[in-house]
Design a protein around this ligand. Structure first.
Ligand code: ADP
Ligand code: MG
Length: 548
């Protein structure tokens, strides 16, 4: 602390650039403080700092005995608590976490203690350093905040425990899905709708979810005990029902529940297979060398669909690409909503089949492939489809949403199929639907990074800057937090650098995303763990990526 004071004293009234001399480490009575990067002017991205407190000074050592899930949630909780505190001081910046508990690098537990990683805007009067003000921030306000976030008696311990137990419960419930042959579980009493299209907060006074008796299962959560809810079986599940009855709301809750939610969210006992991928149409996106032939063939002008490439895909080709890419990335289930699908990719009815002969239609709709996905590859599909009955023939389970209530109409659907037999013809059912595995051109990735001065930047959930390119991610609905995108950028960076690397990118990322994934991230920075599915989805949208 004397060092800090002395250094600051030296640069009092100097130009802002003199702050660079502040880089280094400082020892306070009860914690260490590191200034890792210093901003070049008051408007540049804030300076990156870390604070470390030894376990013996936290009274939180018992956390080290807990499961990795518990510890991960405790780190998430401390990051939230510190973010709340930072709201009171506009010089201190740390990412605001949302409704999801993530494995974040903003708070690290290691053998010695707890480390907080955040940013500060070093204060100034115009461009002039006022040492007294900086001193006040760094030696008075900040230490107080750091103490509050890292000492047991200062933290709301009951909340912290509830947060960690909710995470352990969700992980345990998710782990029970496979043995019950379920794709997802939605507990009775869950609140699924959100406050608004641009808010992830629960809708007040919403109708709580209740399971229909036929689909009800009871799972065991270690803290909450037995929980009853709706089990959505593996296989093909159709969500039907009138418009505005809550179909998309159910699907959205399920697609977001690949992650654990915080207590009070309403979805804290909704869990979905971690490898479920939401896919949709996304015209205009790029596609690199993807095998679309199970879905699309005989394109006009003889364009090849076993290795389809485009910088401007159509609705149907973009959706078919996303489907194939998801399987390549390891998806075990696909989630699809009619609201965001290309209708010609989803269905072609009997009349259209009569009017347009098969040779003139490049697309084989999903309805003719969905059973192959299930039977050849064990891939489950959950589909919201209120507008066409063609899927009733292939569905294993049919759930109707009626006034926000789920009703099991599987038997009724079977009767309809028997009494209204379809006259549409199945189209070519003897293909293999597995996509070819691609390799990535790593030196192209490296070159892009060099050309863009190694820049990796993230502002929000909708884009990632890698080198010079801004990758458009607006269609990705399962990115939980921008910090995941930052991690994705650095994972690519790692892939571009690694010696002795795995050429199949999905496999390379799966290897990298094991327990020690955070060690690959820069020490300063707030990242959180992404799924391989998103790492690949983002890479697939990079216009200059090259896949072989
Ligand atoms: P659908 O896909 O069937 O047309 P949505 O899922 O989009 O319907 O839901 C329509 C509206 O109803 C949305 O504004 C949604 O927030 C609201 N909603 C959905 N479920 C509930 C619920 N359980 N309680 C209250 N409102 C709900
Ligand atoms: Mg809808």
């Amino acid at each position: 602390m004397q060092l800090l004071e002395a250094k600051l004293h030296k640069i009092d009234r100097h130009n802002y650039r003199s702050y660079t001399s502040m880089r280094g480490e400082y020892h306070f009575v009860d914690f260490d403080f590191y200034i890792d990067t210093v901003q070049s002017d008051p408007f540049a991205p804030a300076s990156r700092v870390r604070a470390r407190r030894a376990w013996s000074l936290t009274d939180l050592e018992w956390l080290r005995e807990k499961s990795s899930v518990y510890q991960c949630a405790a780190r998430d909780f401390i990051a939230r608590f510190f973010a709340d505190l930072s709201q009171q001081d506009n010089a201190v910046l740390i990412d605001m976490p949302g409704q999801v508990i993530l494995d974040r690098t903003a708070v690290v537990f290691d053998d010695e203690g707890i480390e907080l990683r955040f940013r500060i805007n070093l204060p100034a009067d115009g461009r002039t350093i006022i040492a007294k003000r900086t001193m006040n921030l760094l030696t008075f306000h900040l230490p107080k905040m750091i103490r509050r976030a890292t000492i047991a008696r200062e933290l709301p311990m009951e909340e912290l425990k509830a947060h960690c137990e909710a995470a352990e419960d969700q992980v345990a419930l998710r782990a029970q899905l496979k043995e019950h042959k379920l794709l997802a579980f939605v507990a009775d009493g869950s609140i699924l709708p959100r406050l608004a299209g641009n808010s992830d907060l629960p809708l007040p006074n919403a109708v709580p979810f209740t399971s229909p008796d036929n689909l009800a299962v009871e799972l065991e959560a270690p803290h909450k005990g037995k929980i009853r809810g709706m089990g959505i079986p593996e296989g093909i599940t159709l969500i039907v029902g009138g418009g505005f009855h809550g179909k998309s709301t159910l699907l959205s809750a399920i697609e977001r529940s690949v992650y654990d939610h915080i207590p009070g969210d309403g979805r804290e006992y909704v869990v979905t297979n971690y490898n479920a991928a939401k896919i949709r149409a996304e015209d205009g996106r790029c596609v690199h060398n993807v095998d679309l032939s199970p879905y699309i063939s005989n394109l006009p002008m003889g364009k090849d669909t076993t290795a389809f490439t485009s910088q401007n895909a159509s609705g149907s080709t973009s959706q078919a690409s996303w489907l194939q890419e998801s399987i390549e990335a390891g998806a075990e289930a696909l989630l699809i909503d009619e609201d965001t699908s290309a209708s010609n990719f989803m269905i072609r009815d009997e009349r259209m089949q009569a009017l347009i002969c098969k040779d003139d239609e490049p697309i084989t709709p999903l309805v003719d492939r969905i059973a192959l996905l299930r039977d050849q590859h064990d891939i489950s599909v959950m589909l919201v489809m209120g507008g066409s009955g063609d899927y009733l023939d292939v569905a294993d389970t049919v759930i109707q949403m009626h006034n926000y209530e789920a009703v099991d109409v599987t038997d009724k659907a079977r009767e309809v199929v028997a009494s209204h037999p379809t006259r549409r013809k199945a189209e070519g059912t003897e293909v293999i639907v597995r996509p070819r595995t691609r390799q990535i051109n790593r030196s192209a990735l490296q070159a892009l990074l060099e050309e863009g001065k190694f820049r990796i930047q993230v502002k929000d959930k909708t884009s990632l800057r890698f080198g010079r390119e801004y990758v458009d991610l607006q269609a990705l609905e399962q990115v939980a937090h921008p910090s995941q995108l930052l991690a994705i950028g650095y994972l690519w960076f790692q892939l571009a650098q690694l010696k002795g690397w795995e050429k199949v990118p999905a496999r390379a990322f799966a290897n990298m995303l094991h327990d020690n994934w955070a060690d690959m991230m820069p020490k300063y920075g707030e990242m959180s763990k992404p799924r391989v599915i998103e790492v690949m989805a983002v890479l697939n949208r990079m216009r200059k990526a090259e896949f072989k």
